[in-house]
Design a protein. Structure first.
Length: 150
């Protein structure tokens, strides 16, 4: 039997709030993109979408009693892969690519490259896809990736 360092933990309270906040960010980004108002620049839409994804991941992790080491997309992906193997394999690289628009964690390597408006639909689809995978896994009561219930 293979033993892992990941052990079932009680859920961390407040995960429902993170899920609700993720829905709010995604709804705002979706409406902002559809409305094409001047206030919703590609950079603002990117940030709303990234926040939605972060909130969805945090909700799933917290429900399992886990937290990521940090909140970059790389850290969120790593935490998801540790708890839910294979769940995000098909779009892992797309999630990691989101970090390339804003590398702001270190002052010496501070870099921002705003996305174009043409890149926003794929980002919206990515956020929706992640949300749907997590929702479907929970609704079925089946462990996403075979290890835990979201």
């Amino acid at each position: 039997m293979i033993q892992t360092d990941i052990r079932p933990m009680p859920e961390i309270s407040g995960w429902e709030e993170f899920l609700e906040q993720g829905e709010g960010y995604l709804k705002t980004a979706t409406r902002g993109y559809a409305g094409r108002r001047k206030i919703f620049t590609p950079e603002i839409l990117y940030n709303l979408i990234a926040m939605a994804i972060e909130k969805f991941v945090m909700a799933a992790l917290m429900r399992q009693g886990s937290l990521p080491c940090n909140h970059t997309m790389a850290d969120l992906v790593e935490a998801m892969e540790a708890l839910f193997p294979d769940l995000i394999a098909e779009f892992r690289e797309d999630l990691l690519a989101l970090d390339r628009y804003q590398e702001i964690c270190a002052l010496d390597t501070f870099h921002i490259r705003p996305p174009s408006m043409d890149e926003i639909p794929a980002m919206l689809d990515l956020a929706r896809h992640l949300r749907n995978i997590l929702e479907n896994a929970e609704a079925q009561g089946a462990p996403p990736g075979g290890t835990a219930t979201v």
